[in-house]
Every structure is written in structure tokens, then in C-alpha cells.
Design a protein around this ligand. Structure first.
Ligand SMILES: Nc1ncnc2c1ncn2[C@@H]1O[C@H](COP(=O)(O)OP(=O)(O)OP(=O)(O)O)[C@@H](O)[C@H]1O
Ligand SMILES: [Mg+2]
Length: 375
């Protein structure tokens, strides 16, 4: 005969749609009741769209229905996503309003920088975005959510540093560089010590980096995600309300396919995609000054056109960026007038504009195309 524990075990093999984590370890399954063969599974999936809830409910039913001793499976969701109040004379409730620009006490804007594919330049975009905003006098935090391959300590010139101060409640104070408050897994482990953690532990650690750190008051929190659609993304989307995500891609088709996966993932958990950054877009020949599209072209334009996602900016290939990043000197600090730094600054402006706009520019790509010379 089944027990609550054996049913929980079965459900721990059901993935959250679009993510690598399962619905038990993410806390989506809140309770399982079993009474005379009738199983009631209680679920919590805030910030999740109706289609995804439907998918979860069906997967739960499928997983449990054939179990011996189970005669019926009931699925109950608690805590619905944001809904408009019903309007008289309107049969269906109006679609959910865009989330408020305020994201709770952590920061006014919480911006995730993500990609489907690794190595496309997310961390470089995230660091230069954060430093640019801090140079404008904003109070900026940077959360390195890549617990397996943290790069913030190196890129901010803080390698080997450890959080040494705590607030009155014993919560560590973030480290600081270039006016940005920074937290990273890299401040807690030796470099090169690969951390192999399973999903739930990764989730718990990231949750702690968000909530058990004395961030103080912030205008913006920039989150540097690991590549893909995994634990960190899901944990953060379940823990706080992000203002939006910036998806970084390179111009080629394969990177674009992965970027679209990331966009789909954010849509499933109702996080607005603020726009795309096309990194390593072109190379400006130092000899003739001409622009060359080394990694192909047009990828981001296609996403802008097909998915109605704004293009936030294009960053050229700049070999010096690699050397400067490795030395912990973001390009916007040392060469603020070079084309790459100017692109990052432009992206920072577009990101703040998009995340603070009461109406998110989800369906107005034309103006962005005009601005960046697309079709
Ligand atoms: N515009 C650019 N021009 C030249 N090199 C760049 C540019 N942007 C990033 N790079 C280099 O590309 C490499 C990958 O960049 P980065 O670490 O930012 O990518 P990522 O997407 O965060 O990678 P991961 O998926 O491993 O986290 C780094 O060596 C970085 O210095
Ligand atoms: Mg990275």
C-alpha cells in the first residue's frame, strides 16, 4: 500500500516544467494527504502561469494515478498568481497586470542576467551593468548566483577576500568594489575547489545569499545567473519577485535557440524579459575601422522580430575585455569611452528604463529596431 512518503518519493521524479529541478525539492509540493486510496496533493506555485500549473497538475496525476492502492488523485493549488479584480460585464478576469516595479525590501529593481548557453558573456554584461549603475550614484548590489562557477571575485578584483563584517543580527555584510556591494559563493570556498551540490542545497544556499546577507537599502540588485534553466533561476524566481531578466546571446543561430529556451523559462514563471543583449556582435578592425560580423549576424534581430523582445544593445568583440576582466578591472572603469564600454552604458540605461517602466515594452520592438538599425 502506498504511504505519504512513498508518494512524495514518486513526485520527486516529476520536474518543474522547463527546469531541471523537481517539484518536491523546489517546495512546490506543500502537502500530501492519503485517505482510503484518495490522494490529495497540495501545491504552491506562485508567479507561475496557468498553463504551467495545468502541466504540473497533469504530471502529478499521471505519476500517481497508476499506483496500486490509489483510487483517485486530487490536485489543489494555493496562492494564485497576480490577478486583476473581476470587472462587471466581463466574462473572464482580465489578464494579470505586469508586476509592480517595486520588488519588496531587497531592492527597487531586481534584474537577472541570464543565457541559455554558457560562455556568451553574461557575467561580463552583469558586472559592467552593475558598475555603470553605481557610477551614476545608484545603490547597487551584485549577487553571483553561479554557485558552481562563481566569477564575481575575479571580475571585481576580490579574489581571496572573505566577508569579515556582520550586522547586529550576525548577517555578513557584502564586499564592495567600484561602489557595488557584492556577494558570491566564491567568497566562501577556495578557488578551484569545485563545489558539487545537488539541487536542493544549491537552492538553499542561493536563498541565503538573498535573504541572510545585510544588503542594506539598494536601488538595483543585479543577479548573475549560471547558464541554462536550472536550480538558481527557479529558486530565485520562487523566493523574490524579480523586476525582469536580461538575456544575453551571441549572434549565431545555436546561441539564439538557447536564448529562446531561457526566454521561455522566464515566461513560465512570469518574470518579464526586459530584453536581449547581443554580445560579441561584431569586431571593429583596428586597421580600417570597419565592422566585421565574426560570429554571424541577425540572431538577435530574429528574436526581436519573432518574440517581440526588445534589443537592449549590441556589444562588440574587444580582446582587451578578456584581459581586463581577468585583472578585476571592468572595462567601464578603465576605458569608459571605448565602443564596448559605451555599449554597456547604453544597455544599463535601457535596462533601468525597461524595469522601471509602468508598462513593460514587451510588445513594442519597432522602436528598438529603429534605434539599433534592424529591419
Ligand atoms: N565583448 C566581448 N569581447 C571579447 N571578449 C568577451 C566579451 N564579452 C565577454 N568576453 C569574454 O568571454 C569569456 C566569457 O565571458 P563571461 O564569463 O562573461 O561569460 P558567461 O556567459 O558569464 O560564462 P558562464 O556561462 O561560464 O558563466 C570571458 O573570457 C570574457 O572576458
Ligand atoms: Mg558567468
Amino acid at each position: 500500500m502506498p504511504t505519504v512518503e512513498s508518494l512524495r518519493q514518486i513526485l520527486s521524479n516529476v520536474p518543474f516544467p522547463g527546469f531541471s529541478r523537481d517539484i518536491v525539492s523546489t517546495g512546490t509540493v506543500t502537502k500530501i494527504e492519503l485517505e482510503e486510496g484518495v490522494v490529495t496533493v497540495k501545491l504552491r506555485a506562485e508567479n507561475t502561469d496557468d498553463a504551467t500549473r495545468q502541466q504540473i497538475a497533469e504530471a502529478v496525476r499521471r505519476a500517481l494515478a497508476d499506483q496500486q492502492g490509489v483510487s483517485e488523485v486530487k490536485v489543489r493549488f494555493a496562492g494564485s498568481g497576480p490577478r486583476r479584480l473581476p470587472v462587471a460585464g466581463q466574462p473572464e478576469p482580465a489578464p494579470a497586470p505586469a508586476p509592480a516595479p517595486s520588488s519588496g525590501p531587497l531592492a527597487r529593481n531586481i534584474i537577472g542576467v541570464a543565457s541559455g548557453k554558457g560562455g556568451v558573456g553574461k557575467s561580463t554584461v552583469a558586472v559592467n551593468l552593475a558598475v555603470t549603475l553605481a557610477r551614476q550614484g545608484r545603490r547597487v548590489g551584485f549577487l553571483d548566483a553561479d554557485v558552481h562557477g562563481p566569477s564575481a571575485p575575479l571580475m571585481f578584483g576580490l579574489e581571496g577576500s572573505r566577508p569579515e563584517k556582520a550586522d547586529a543580527n550576525g548577517r555578513p555584510l557584502p564586499l564592495e568594489a567600484f561602489g557595488v556591494k557584492i556577494m558570491s559563493m566564491g567568497f566562501f570556498v577556495e578557488r578551484g575547489n569545485a563545489v558539487i551540490w545537488r539541487g536542493p542545497i544549491v537552492g538553499n544556499f542561493i536563498r541565503q545569499l538573498l535573504t541572510d546577507v545585510a544588503w542594506g537599502e539598494l536601488d538595483d540588485l543585479v543577479i548573475d545567473f549560471p547558464p541554462g534553466t536550472g536550480d538558481a533561476q527557479l529558486t530565485i524566481s520562487q523566493t523574490i519577485r524579480m523586476s525582469g531578466a536580461v538575456v544575453v546571446t551571441t549572434p549565431n543561430d545555436l546561441a539564439l535557440i538557447d536564448a529562446l529556451k531561457a526566454i521561455t523559462m522566464f515566461r513560465k514563471v512570469e518574470i518579464p524579459v526586459l530584453g536581449i543583449v547581443e554580445n560579441m556582435s561584431f569586431f571593429v578592425c583596428p586597421g580600417c575601422g570597419e565592422e566585421h560580423a565574426i560570429f554571424g549576424s541577425g540572431g538577435a534581430d530574429r528574436a526581436v522580430r519573432d518574440e517581440s523582445i526588445p534589443l537592449l544593445g549590441r556589444v562588440p568583440i574587444d580582446p582587451q575585455v578578456v584581459l581586463e576582466s581577468d585583472k578585476g578591472r571592468p572595462v567601464v572603469i578603465d576605458r569608459p569611452d571605448c565602443p564596448a564600454a559605451r555599449a554597456y552604458a547604453e544597455i544599463a540605461g535601457a535596462v533601468v528604463e525597461a524595469s522601471e517602466a509602468p508598462e513593460r515594452p514587451q510588445d513594442g520592438p519597432a522602436s528598438f529596431l529603429d534605434r539599433f538599425g534592424g529591419e
